[in-house]
Structure formats: C-alpha cells, structure tokens
Ligand binder design. Sequence first.
Ligand SMILES: [Zn+2]
Ligand SMILES: [Zn+2]
Length: 167
Amino acid sequence: MFKLYIANLQDGVHTQEFTISPAELHLQDEELFGQDLQIRLEIEKVGRNIFITARLNAPLSLICDRCAEPYTWVLDEAYRMLFTSDPEMANDEDESTFLIQDTADEIDLTDPLRETALLAVPVKRLCRQECLGLCSRCGANLNAKPCSCKTEQTDPRWEKLKSLLNQ
Ligand SMILES: [Zn+2]
Ligand SMILES: [Zn+2]
C-alpha cells in the first residue's frame, strides 16, 4: 500500500518524493515491474481540496514485438487527482476525483498509481523504431547481421538460376 500522510498538511504547495517497491503498488505479479519506482508528488492543498499530481518513473523490462529480444523502457507518466472532503467538489463521473472524510489523516494512492503505471505500459513494443526483426525464413535476428537468406534473394546469379529452373 502507498499512503500519503495528510494530517499536518498545510495549505499551499508541497513536493514529496518516494522510492517504492513494485509490491507497494501491488505490482509484484506484473513481470515487467522488476525494479523500484520513483514517485514525485506535487501536492496543493486549498482548504478541503488536495490536488495531487503524481509523476511515476521506473525502468521496465519489455520484450520487442519484432526481434523478441528484451530491452529496457523507462516509464515516465504523470497523473492528476483531486482528494476532497467537500461533497460539492466530488464528482462521481470523474475517475480522478475522490471524496475523503474531513477527519482523514492519510489518503491511499495505491489504486490510482497502480492504474497509471499499468496504463502507461506500451501496447506496441519495439526495442527501437528501426528494429529489423527476425528473418521470416531462418529466424535470425537481423539487427545483429543480415542472414544468408537475404543474400541469396538479392544475389543476381540466384535470380538467373531460378528463372532457368522455372522455364
Ligand atoms: Zn527489436
Ligand atoms: Zn534468414
């Protein structure tokens, strides 16, 4: 669980930074989240309202869709939330607004931060934009070096031989 202590929070702007383990955001079962997450909170308290912008940073180990090699991708995502004890400010339709008790001395950021982290993971995963992927014939990783299939295909002598065979 990742909770922010707010009992002594003064009106105004505050910044807090944390380093937490994936388990604290209940991400321990997500293989991609193997390393600690950096969390930076910009907190603005205005009366009964606490605006929080959370910035998450963490290196993830992803597998490239094209070449199937593991690579490191850095998650860097911000999410803005409002925690309010003012029912007029609370809006059921806004997923980033949370109603809290006037007497609350801490707020639980686990779920919103967990969601933010999971939604930030790219669906399409490429080790680099120009990744050449694997050869569809021999399965060689073409980022390392061109495989012999490619040479054969582009070798003009082969093209000639092939056309002879096809006659
Ligand atoms: Zn790749
Ligand atoms: Zn090949």
